[in-house]
Ligand binder design. Structure first.
Ligand SMILES: Cc1cc2nc3c(=O)[nH]c(=O)nc-3n(C[C@H](O)[C@H](O)[C@H](O)COP(=O)(O)OP(=O)(O)OC[C@H]3O[C@@H](n4cnc5c(N)ncnc54)[C@H](O)[C@@H]3O)c2cc1C
Length: 327
């Protein structure tokens, strides 16, 4: 299922809720606050102009937008610490009609890079309308081209031929779209003591990690897990008792992170991503190479089949740490 179809379905379901009103065609301008507490959203309605919708609770789901940062700045409060991991990932996506002679012994292809020799990976998934969506990705000099000739050449040069062979007779339906992503960035809003009450950033508004694993549960997964840091921020806003519990939670998590070598805000945390060592700011070592259970576990976590806490399992963590130390 493509993202537009999924979004359409969700929107359709939301519209059926009697207590929800959707305002179409609006452009948010800023989140407004009074006395340190969120007070609403200023936006431009479909017909133009500007208006403010009062609210005592605002969710910032604006993706790459930076409304939370804007509000902190407007309130004269500092920006959150952030972790930046250089990934230098590029990928290209195209859509093909599934040919009549398509192989019948598989439904999708996931081509995992052979690290550290190559960062080239690829995915092919069936989508609605009897089509395949195909994404090719690589890092640094191995990024795919944005034209169909380069796209096909990249597909043919993968170390296994399943995907390249499948595309030979497939008809291109939508041209190649290329996307590049120099770094993953996580904003540690939960580390702020002065975060405005009544505001909840979620998903990409907190963490732009999406392009690490196109087609493999990256940003979408972040979105699905978004409630966790969000709940933590919110608990800290809810008085001493709940705040104390949240503080304990944070301390425990910090202890876990120290044990696992994840060193918190401002420093890169380990990643179980495949592929060649990334470049750019905050580059971090790759640890999945040689830690075989990581591949399966990461896939399960990415597809919400396992909780993220499974990645902290002590035996696995010890192997990851051994790899880090060796690497
Ligand atoms: C090319 C590409 C491929 C990706 N592939 C995958 C993948 O295969 N798997 C995966 O899990 N993730 C993938 N991601 C990441 C995933 O799309 C994002 O992580 C996810 O969509 C983030 O959700 P979000 O709700 O935070 O932000 P978004 O999905 O970006 O939604 C933000 C919404 O806010 C709206 N908005 C922004 N500013 C304003 C404003 N001022 N006023 C009103 N509305 C506004 C935008 O129009 C948008 O609708 C991909 C991302 C890209 C760019």
């Amino acid at each position: 299922m493509t993202r537009p179809l999924l979004e359409w379905l969700v929107r359709h379901r939301v519209r059926q809720q009697a207590n929800i009103v959707l305002l179409d065609g609006c452009r948010v301008q800023e989140i407004v606050a009074a006395d340190g507490v969120v007070a609403g959203v200023r936006f431009e309605p479909a017909g133009g102009g500007a208006t403010t919708l009062e609210a005592d609770f605002v969710v910032d789901a604006s993706g790459r937008g930076s409304f939370c940062l804007g509000l902190l700045e407007a309130m004269g409060r500092g920006a959150p610490p952030q972790t930046e991991i250089g990934v230098d990932v590029g990928y290209a996506t195209a859509i093909f009609a599934i040919p009549d002679d398509a192989p019948s012994d598989w439904k999708k292809v996931m081509h995992i890079p052979m690290s550290p020799q190559s960062s080239r990976g690829a995915f092919l998934f069936p989508i609605e309308g009897r089509r395949w969506i195909v994404a090719l990705g690589g890092r640094g000099e191995e990024k795919p081209a944005d034209d169909i000739a380069g796209f096909m050449a990249f597909a043919q040069q993968l170390r296994t031929s399943t995907l390249g062979d499948a595309l030979r007779t497939a008809r291109l339906e939508r041209d190649v779209i290329r996307f590049a992503f120099p770094a993953s960035v996580r904003r540690h809003y939960a580390a702020l003591d002065h975060f405005p009450r009544g505001l909840l950033p979620v998903a990409d508004a907190i963490c732009l990690q999406s392009a690490l694993r196109p087609g493999h549960g990256g940003g979408g997964l972040r979105g699905a897990h978004a409630g966790r840091p969000a709940r933590r921020i919110d608990r800290r806003r809810q008085g001493p008792a709940r705040g104390a519990r949240a503080g304990l939670l944070c301390r425990r998590r910090r202890a876990d992170r120290r044990r696992l070598g994840d060193v918190g805000p401002g420093r890169p945390r380990f990643s179980a991503d495949d592929g060649r060592a990334p470049q750019g700011p905050g580059s971090h070592p790759q640890v999945q190479r040689g830690v075989e259970p990581c591949t399966k576990l990461m896939t399960q976590v990415q597809h919400l089949m396992m909780p993220r806490s499974a990645l902290r399992e002590p035996a696995l963590a010890a192997r990851v740490m051994a790899e880090l130390t060796a690497g």
